[in-house]
Design a protein around this ligand. Structure first.
Ligand code: HAM
Length: 424
């Protein structure tokens, strides 16, 4: 039997109801805050990710699914959505209509990481990006939105970590100091970090190797090097978060695994997740739009790891499943021919109807109706057919009533409507 590829997974029908609920919750929240949906493709030219995420990141160096297309072009299954959304913002000149664009997208991403709990090679992200705004209030609003999403999904035990990575005016001084610090600690660093310590020293702060973590424990903190503007920006973000009672922690090690960030960066960590504890991450990326060939518009965004969110929400898929309201047990060919058209009519009216086509006997059908969790079963056998009536059984109260076949669609609709109507 052909099995799934390692690191990939199926989202089964029993789980999909919860995924849908999360998606609906996220969509509703984004839309209420003025976001519109964008759906970029899952494949892009490799160059797009190399230039935006950065050549010397784990993602680009070792995690991308990259291959030559039949015509020789190098293409990559997207490891994240930000680069594609920036490309779309530029390519379709979305800025010409209004530089301020608030966009969200929900979909699969691909990274060839070592699979483990909470880490997949195809995973899903709920992604939000805002273009055209330099204001620190939007930074805070995005962090607020992510935390509201967790609240609405009953996720507790999450910690918001924030940092500022400065800007091209202040980061170079920090960078020089960090390089000097790292040069004295080469023998403690892993091979990757030794290589990166002069070319991309911020990456060393992000390394997960324990020896490297220890080696950078006393490294200079970027927040001590912020220029006046970056400091005011960061302080306003903190004030706004405080105003909205979003608890947060300043984490001077938070540099993120992608190179495009500056100023505000943040991650949301969940205790319940274990080693892969980041359930969301994001930050500001002023300069990226311009670097990819667009106008000098700022950007900021975040992505929530959908799979990880599913793992930590206490909500259960079973609570969102939609069992049939009506199960139709038509016994014999004649009954089936009679039931077939009005069953479809009821489905078209929005009543979840399951016309059983298994050919089982009455006992078998009742068992199946029970297993599916149907609210009502309507039985149409030879006797009922002869009498011009069907028998409707309420599966909760076990009460039965006869329904005239001449008026079956309207009668059932009324009964179901009366049951679901709120009591006065
Ligand atoms: P990221 O931190 O690489 O950021 O990913 C965001 C979230 O995606 C992570 O916090 C995690 O929950 C989830 N995630 C990442 N890799 C995996 C994996 N292999 N398996 C399961 N979940 C995973 C970004 O991707 C940025 N594009 C976020 C962003 C948007 N920054 C600005 N705008």
């Amino acid at each position: 039997m052909i099995q799934l590829i390692r690191g990939f997974k199926d989202i089964l029908p029993t789980e999909a109801a919860l995924w849908q609920h999360i998606e609906t919750t996220a969509r509703g929240l984004f839309e209420d805050f003025g976001f519109s949906e964008i759906r970029p493709p899952v494949m892009e030219r490799t160059e797009l990710f190399k230039r935006s995420i950065g050549e010397e990141t784990d993602i680009v160096e070792k995690e991308m699914y990259t291959f030559p297309d039949r015509d020789g072009d190098l293409i990559t299954l997207r490891p994240e959505a930000t680069a594609s959304i920036v490309r779309a913002y530029i390519q379709h000149k979305l800025y010409a209509v209004d530089p301020v664009q608030k966009l969200f997208t929900i979909g699969p991403m691909f990274r060839r990481e070592r699979p483990q709990k909470g880490r997949y090679r195809q995973f899903y992200q709920i992604n939000a990006e805002v273009f055209g705004l330099d204001s620190p209030w939007i930074d805070a609003q995005l962090i607020f939105l992510a935390s509201v999403l967790f609240q609405r999904l009953a996720v507790r035990d999450v910690a918001v970590h924030v940092n500022s990575l400065g800007c091209p005016a202040c980061r170079p001084v920090f960078r020089e100091n960090l390089i000097a610090y790292l040069s004295g600690r080469q023998e403690h660093l892993c091979e990757n970090c030794r290589r990166r310590s002069t070319r991309n020293p911020l990456r060393v702060l992000d390394c997960k190797v324990p020896a490297c973590r220890e080696a950078v424990a006393d490294a200079p903190a970027i927040t001590d090097y912020l220029c006046g503007e970056c400091r005011v920006h960061f302080e306003t973000v903190q004030t706004a978060l405080g105003d909205q009672q979003v608890a947060f922690k300043i984490d001077k090690r938070l540099v993120r695994g992608l190179d495009y960030y500056n100023r505000t960066t943040f991650e949301i960590l969940a205790g319940a997740l274990g080693a892969q504890n980041a359930v969301a991450g994001g930050g500001r990326y002023n300069g990226l739009v311009e670097m990819l060939g667009g106008p000098p518009q700022p950007g900021i965004g975040f992505a929530v790891g959908f799979d990880r969110l599913v793992e930590i929400t206490p909500l259960k898929a079973a609570d969102f499943q939609k069992p049939p309201v009506l199960f139709v047990a038509a016994l014999g060919d004649q009954a089936m021919a009679k039931a077939y058209p009005w069953t479809a009519e009821l489905s078209l009216c929005g009543i979840r109807t399951e016309l059983d086509l298994t050919g089982k006997n009455l006992k078998g059908l009742m068992k199946r109706a029970d297993r599916l969790g149907a609210t009502y079963v309507i039985i149409l056998g030879e006797n009922e057919l002869a009498a011009g009536k069907a028998m409707l059984r309420d599966m909760t109260t076990k009460a039965q009533q006869e329904i005239e076949l001449s008026n079956v669609v309207t009668a059932i609709q009324e009964i179901i409507k009366a049951k679901s109507a709120p009591r006065e």
